[in-house]
Design a protein around this ligand. Structure first.
Ligand code: C2O
Ligand code: CU
Ligand code: CU
Length: 425
């Protein structure tokens, strides 16, 4: 954990503020701390290049330059992100701004503004965490059969207000959730990874892949007792052909309970917030100067197994390249608007994440993006046989030497090489 046994404190920062962190590594192995979703200089990113040796302190400092949003921080250690996050090195990172402090939305922390960090874990008999122990877990990603919310097993929430905002982080290593309530009630998503959405979306199901965040508003009645559940994703979500196999391999074929919510005459008002019209990036497709294409591949079966056994590089690749800290994969020019196009050639879904920026999802297989992808995001799910195009602008900092990462946020895939590096110059 970070300043605690498991997970870390919710960090709360205001736009315009200059943040300084002293990160001390008390583990008996190297570690790092990455600020996921934050606009920051590459040297402060906390990726594999900012390794903190045992007993050492790393000072990270940067100005908070982005709009209000729910971001997070977690270990990002070369080849050990999966196990370190699994053990608890993660936490939430809230950015506030004038707008978020004034908007007519629930915003009292702990009362009607509640963090929900979703994670799945497996346990040994003695209660300690059990991490990857077989080929399947390594390849499909580590999934647990216990769901933890904010580190709690079988969580219960007693609603204090009729209208409550939940900031949900999928902090799991590999599990994709398709969230819904047992009574099938509607709720409203008001923010995605990068902040408030231009248009809130009423929904009954929310799909959240590892690394993604969503802020939702739930309305409670006088006497509710409902369960937040995972409902298997329709096979069509996995494209043609490999559908069933992908679903079974990814462990998404079974429904399960996540968290119980009860209410007894909750107080408060119902707001009528309609979305935010300012602060949405002018990511205009007319300004695109460059398109980069990325093919996601997993070498499956015997070849991969032999590789693992011999300790050679794994079969998790982007453009047929496995991660190499000494290779810069992409060089981006400051202020360029670009399209990054991810094509998934493998049978498993991959949530792709880009450091330092927020993007907008342009298309899925040349069709429209999902309704709730109308705002800024930094992680996007790419299903098997799918091509997802995102538009972004690299406008924050330059550094010719130190790169940012882009990678699959299934942490076992990242650790096995499904990651690349880019510099902004
Ligand atoms: Cu959430 Cu490269 O990380
Ligand atoms: Cu990140
Ligand atoms: Cu992946």
């Amino acid at each position: 954990g970070i300043n605690s046994d498991y997970l870390g404190p919710v960090l709360r920062l205001h736009r315009g503020e200059f943040a300084e962190f002293n990160v001390k590594n008390n583990l008996n192995m190297p570690s790092t701390l990455h600020w996921h979703g934050v606009y920051l200089p590459a040297l402060m990113d906390g990726g594999p290049h900012q390794e903190i040796a045992q007993g050492k302190v790393w000072k990270a400092s940067y100005e908070i330059r982005q709009p209000a949003s729910t971001l997070w921080y977690h270990a990002h250690t070369h080849r050990y992100t999966g196990p370190q996050v699994y053990q608890g090195l993660a936490g939430l990172f809230y950015v506030d701004d004038e707008y978020s402090q004034q908007a007519d939305i629930p915003k009292t922390y702990g009362i009607d503004d509640i963090p929900l960090v979703l994670q799945d874990r497996n346990f040994h008999q003695d209660g300690s965490f059990r991490y990857v122990s077989n080929m399947h877990e390594r390849m499909a990603g580590m999934r647990g059969n216990f769901i933890l919310v904010n580190g709690t097993i079988r969580p219960l929430y007693r609603a204090q207000r009729r209208q409550t905002r939940f900031r949900i982080l999928n902090g799991s290593n590999a599990r994709i959730y398709n969230l819904h309530f047992s009574d099938n009630r509607e709720f409203t998503q008001i923010a995605s990874d990068g902040g408030f959405m231009p248009t809130p979306v009423r929904m009954k199901h929310l799909r959240l892949a590892p690394g993604e965040r969503a802020e939702i508003i739930v309305e409670f009645g006088a006497k509710d007792d409902v369960m937040l559940q995972h409902k298997p994703l329709p096979t069509s979500n996995f494209g043609m052909g490999m559908g069933m196999m992908a679903m079974m391999m990814s462990g998404d074929d079974q429904p399960f309970n996540i968290m119980r919510f009860v209410s007894k005459n909750p107080g408060g008002e119902i707001s009528t917030w309609q979305g935010v019209k300012h602060e949405q990036h002018d990511l205009n497709p007319a300004n695109i100067v460059n398109t980069r294409t990325f093919g996601l591949d997993m070498a499956m079966g015997m070849g991969m197994m032999m590789n693992r056994m011999s300790g050679a590089g794994s079969g998790m690749t982007i453009n047929n390249k496995s991660f190499d800290m000494n290779r810069i994969d992409e060089v981006v020019r400051l202020n360029d608007t670009e399209v990054w196009e991810f094509t998934n050639n493998s049978p498993l879904p991959h949530p792709m994440h880009i450091h330092d920026i927020q993007f907008r999802v342009l298309s899925r297989n040349n069709g429209p993006a999902e309704l709730n992808e109308n705002g800024l995001k930094d992680t996007v799910l790419v299903n098997p046989d799918e091509t997802v195009r995102v538009i972004t602008r690299f406008e924050h900092y330059t550094d010719e030497r130190f790169p940012y990462m882009f990678h699959c946020h299934i942490l076992e895939h990242e650790d096995q090489g499904m990651m690349g590096q880019f510099v902004v110059v």
